[in-house]
Design a binder for this molecule. Structure first.
Ligand code: ATP
Length: 144
């Protein structure tokens, strides 16, 4: 059974990226606490994920009430709103979450996330684009 300890991972924002991340971690038997602002998305994902709660992650008090200080890692999967993503990272830093991963949508966004205190900045679209480019080129070589 999964339990709340430093092995648990908080996933914030169940958009196209966040829902796949949370689903994969769940299938890897990790304890996942998913936080999502939209009630309809919370309802949709609560059938698939163990713990999905509706909250605005930019609110430090709300995060504290959810017990996220007992989690060792958090991933901020919000992309479209730079403000929401930065304020969420700031709240996680204030709460002392040891490992904060954050998704950036541009180089400037990445710089802000790092300066606020994110430990790892990820670019899902750029990284997938690079990987697919390499895959395509290596497959092309098979046919030469
Ligand atoms: P994706 O590309 O992953 O689908 P998106 O660009 O379509 O993401 P985003 O605006 O980046 O959508 O948001 C991703 C998810 O984060 C959405 O489900 C959104 O409701 C949620 N979200 C946005 N702001 C907050 C917040 N302050 N607290 C909690 N969840 C949030």
């Amino acid at each position: 059974a999964r339990r709340a300890d430093s092995g648990g991972i908080v996933v914030i924002g169940l958009g196209r990226f966040g829902c796949h991340l949370a689903g994969s971690l769940t299938r890897m038997n990790r304890e996942v606490l998913a936080i999502e602002r939209s009630p309809t998305k919370v309802q949709r994902w609560s059938a698939v994920l163990d713990r999905v709660v509706q909250a605005d992650a930019t609110e430090e008090g709300a995060l504290r009430q959810l017990g996220i200080t007992s989690f060792g890692r958090a991933v901020v999967a919000i992309g479209a709103s730079v403000e929401a993503s930065v304020l969420t990272v700031l709240a996680l830093v204030e709460l002392g979450v040891p490992q904060i991963w954050a998704r950036a949508t541009s180089q400037k966004h990445a710089k802000i996330l790092a300066s606020v205190g994110a430990h790892h900045v990820i670019f899902p679209e750029a990284e997938t684009g690079d990987r697919v480019a390499h895959l395509i080129v290596s497959r092309l070589l098979d046919f030469i």
